[in-house]
Design a protein around this ligand. Sequence first.
Ligand code: SAH
Length: 367
Amino acid sequence: MTERLENRLEDAIRARIAETGPIGVEDYMAICLGDQRSGYYATRDPFGGSGDFTTAPEISGLFGEMCGLYLAHMFEIAGQPGDASILELGPGRGTLMRDMRHVWAMLMPDLADASVHFVETSPTLRDVQLQTVGDEVDLTWHKDVDEALRSGKGPIFGVANEFFDALPVAQKVMEGGKWHERQVGIREDRLGYVIGPALSETDPALPETPPDGAVAELCPQACAIAMKLGDALVRRGGAILIVDYGRDGNPGDSLQAVNDHRAVDPFEAPGDADLSHWVDFAALASAVRSAGARLVGPVPQGRFLMQIGLGARAEQAGLNAEPEVRRDLLSAVDRLTSPAQMGEVFKVALLLPPGEGEPPGFMQEEV
Ligand code: SAH
C-alpha cells in the first residue's frame, strides 16, 4: 500500500482515468516508459546484472563485433561511399556502438570516421552513452527518427537492437464478433485491462476470424518508423540491421513487464518495470515495402550469427586466452545463439534499398 501511494506515475494515471475515462494500452505504455520525470527509461540505467534485463551487447563484445563486421561488409559492397553516416536507434548504454567502432577502427577506418547519430529520448542514458563511446566521436543525439534522418545526405549504415520492442503498442480485443479497443482502467481499485469502444473500421492488419476474447497488437509507431527508414534507404542507400524478439506476424497479447530479471504484472508499479512487446516483423516488412524499400528476414538470431561467423570468431578470440576467458566466450556464444536462450526468439532483419538476392546471414539453411 505504501508503495502504491509513493508511485507518482500511478497517481497521475489514476487521476487521468478518473477525469477522462480509461486510456489506451498504447498511452499507458508510453507514459510508463517515456514520462520525462518518472518514466522507466528517463530515470535509470536498466541494463545488466544489477539492472532489470540484459541485452545482447551487454552479454559479450562478440555481438557488437559481429554487427560491426556485418555493416562493414555492407559498406564495402556499397563501394565505401565517402558521405556515409551511422545511425543507431535506442543505443542503451552505448556498448554496441563502442564494439562496432572497435572493429571499424581496425578494418574499415572510413566507417570509424563517419558521423554517428543516436536516437535516444532518455537524458540519463545519453550521459552513459557519451561515457561509453568517448568524446572523440562525431556524435549527435536526436529526439526522434525524423530529426536523425534530416541530418546528412549520404548512405545510412544503422542498427537497432531491442528498440522496436520498447515502442508503445496498442491492443485490440475481440468481443461479440467485433474488434474493440483494449484499454487500461480501474478494476476493483486496481489498474487493469478493460474493454473499450468497438472499432469503427476493421484494420486489415488484424486477424480475420479470431475467437471471442482474442487479443491482437498493432504498433503504429513502429510501422511509421519502419516506413521512414525505408524511404531514407531508397533516397540515400545503405543498410539497417534490426534485432528484436518477435515473430513474423501478429504476436497476440505479448505486452510484458520485467523487473529485476523477473516477469511482473504490467500494472503493479508503473514506471518501475520495463514494458516491452514482441515485434511484428511482418507489419514492419509491409511498412518498409510501402516506402519502396525491402526488409530481408527475419531469421533467428542464432542462425544469423553463426552464418556470419560468430563461432569462428569466438574460437579465434579464445585461441591464446586463459581458460576462464575461453569459458566466458563459449558461454556468450551459447547465450546468444542457443534456441533455449536468445537464439530463437530473437530475430534479425535487414532493411535495404530495393534490389534482389539474399545477403549473408539470411540464406536458407539446407534441411
Ligand atoms: N540497444 C540497447 C538498448 C535497448 S533498450 C541494447 O541493446 O542494450 C531500448 C533503448 O531505446 C533505450 O536506450 C531507450 O532509452 C530507448 N528508447 C525507448 N523508447 C524510445 C523512443 N520512443 N525514442 C527513442 N529512444 C527510445
